[in-house]
Write a protein that binds this ligand. Structure first.
Ligand SMILES: Cc1cc2nc3c(=O)[nH]c(=O)nc-3n(C[C@H](O)[C@H](O)[C@H](O)COP(=O)(O)O)c2cc1C
Length: 489
């Protein structure tokens, strides 16, 4: 810094006497301070700081700067908040430049909002200089992105210590596609892990504890959420940031830990609770997708895996009564889209009053999806025992099983699948040159999506909600509910 108040060619705004500057000191490493924060540290006459500030940041203060430690440890306030505010006001009224130095960012869990309010009410000028918050600082230092196009569409920052009446919305936090960051999350780790799992998060969801993030003494423990919680008693007293979500998987710390973790049991032999939880999550997270990213492709090997999954479906008498027509010709796809559009208009017209609602909702995605597949029943070739004796419904059911396999296999490739109901099979059969006796059953839109819907679209749009499974299960006779077991899940 030079005397004129600039860093190189970067000018720094002036700081009036008799005012307070709330400065975010960042997550720990002194060189993560902003230039403005550094400037304010050099200009301040008195510094009011918290206990948890990294010594290397305090070391930047000129030796004659007065320092007041109003330090707070979790659950233990050494100077009550109103007194801190009074102290700031008092020093500012004496015409001094008062620096209120806080870890991280003053406006994120730092009670900066309250202090600014008190200062303004007292007629004291105030400036807030943001700092790198622990979530982004530690995330970067531990190799954990907070958001990621495929793994986490958003990120939630929460305090790690909370009273029972201010507990977070666990059900919302257990939803996929988000990174949850708990500040000072070590002490309540066991509770946080238990609540997240109780609300459906898989026990093996990647999770990390970052101690002394960004500082030389940084250490990271990364593994599955349940395992992390089980190891909790071994953690030390240092403040730690807890990060829970799929992006933790990208951290070298997690990869290292997983490499030495015992190998998962081989598929099909024995499944444990973690596998079960993942499957439940997959089932619960599968969605009928209607919005696709345009202009995308699916890798041929990926498509092969999906079609292989479809072919592994159960079928009556192992008849495998499924054929998939991959529509690659653009003109053909257009014609299919036109047929569906015409059907859609006809259905809307038949609905009368609710036509507008229907048209708003049914966004097929036929034009936008990466791959368009038509699932069809083959003609009865008469060669398989059982086919002639089985009702047509059995064949349809078998094809439905195959599509469900495809649907789930697509989900684990992070691809969406949307099922467009069949309308006029004859027209489509003709268009696709199907032989007599073959019948298209479904138009399947497949491809990358912007984001998976948090809930089925029909639920999101308020049309109807999924009924609980108990409503679909009777005991012995029709309508008799299985009360004795209903509460177990
Ligand atoms: C046989 C079948 C046909 C379907 N046809 C359509 C359709 O034409 N248009 C549509 O928007 N959704 C269609 N769906 C999707 C359902 O509306 C959707 O699966 C249901 O609302 C549950 O939502 P979820 O799959 O996201 O859990 C179909 C689903 C099935 C099983």
């Amino acid at each position: 810094m030079n005397a004129a108040g600039s860093f190189g060619s970067v000018p720094v705004s002036p700081w009036p006497e008799g005012s307070v500057c709330l400065v975010g000191a960042g997550p720990g490493a002194a060189d993560l301070l902003t230039l403005r924060a550094w400037h304010r540290l050099l200009q301040a006459e008195v510094v009011v700081h918290d206990r948890l500030l990294a010594p290397e940041v305090l070391a930047l203060l000129p030796p004659d700067t007065e320092r007041l430690d109003v330090g707070k440890a979790a659950g233990h306030h050494s100077v009550p908040q109103p007194q801190i505010q009074a102290l700031l006001i008092e020093h500012a009224r004496r015409g001094r430049r008062v620096l209120r130095l806080k870890g991280g960012d003053p406006y994120l869990f730092g009670r900066g909002g309250e202090e600014v309010q008190a200062l303004l009410e007292a007629g004291i000028g105030v400036e807030v200089v943001s700092g790198v918050t622990a979530a982004s600082g530690c995330g970067a230092a531990a190799g954990i992105p907070l958001t990621h196009r495929d793994l986490a569409r958003h990120c939630v920052l929460l305090p790690g210590h909370f009273a029972d009446d201010t507990a977070p919305d666990w059900a919302a936090l257990a939803q996929p596609q988000q990174t949850r960051v708990f500040y000072m999350g070590v002490r309540r780790l066991a509770h946080i892990a238990a609540e997240l799992q109780r609300h459906g998060l898989a026990p093996d969801t990647p999770a990390a504890l970052v101690f002394d993030g960004t500082r030389e003494s940084q250490s990271v423990v990364a593994t599955g959420l349940a395992a992390l919680a089980a190891q909790a008693p071994a953690y030390d007293e240092r403040p730690g940031l807890l990060i829970v979500g799929e992006t933790v998987r990208l951290s070298p710390h997690y990869r290292e830990a997983e490499a030495v973790a015992p190998a998962a049991p081989p598929g099909g032999e024995h499944y444990g609770p973690a596998d079960r939880a993942r499957l439940q999550r997959l089932l619960a997270g599968r969605r009928d997708m209607r919005h696709f990213r345009r202009g995308q492709n699916i890798e041929p090997q990926t498509l092969d895996r999906l079609l292989q999954a479809a072919n592994q479906a159960p079928s009556v008498g192992m008849m495998q009564p499924w054929r998939y027509l991959r529509v690659r010709d653009a003109a053909l796809r257009e014609r299919i889209a036109d047929i569906v559009a015409a059907e859609r208009d006809a259905t809307a017209a038949a609905l009368g009053e609710r036509a507008a609602d229907f048209l708003r909702l049914k966004v097929e995605g036929i034009r936008e999806c990466a791959e368009l597949l038509v699932a069809a029943l083959p003609p009865d070739d008469g060669t398989v025992f059982g086919r002639r004796t089985m009702p047509r419904e059995m064949v349809v059911c078998s094809l439905a099983c195959s599509i469900q396999n495809l649907w789930l296999a697509a989900r684990v490739e992070n691809l969406g699948l949307g099922w467009v109901s069949m309308f006029e099979p004859a027209r489509l059969a003709e268009l696709l040159a199907m032989p007599a006796g073959a019948e298209p059953l479904a138009i399947l839109c497949l491809g990358p999506v912007e984001a998976f819907y948090a809930a089925p679209m029909l639920e999101q749009e308020g049309w109807r909600t999924r009924r609980p499974w108990q409503d679909a299960v009777y005991e012995d006779v029709w309508g008799a509910s299985p009360n004795s077991r209903a509460s177990s899940v």
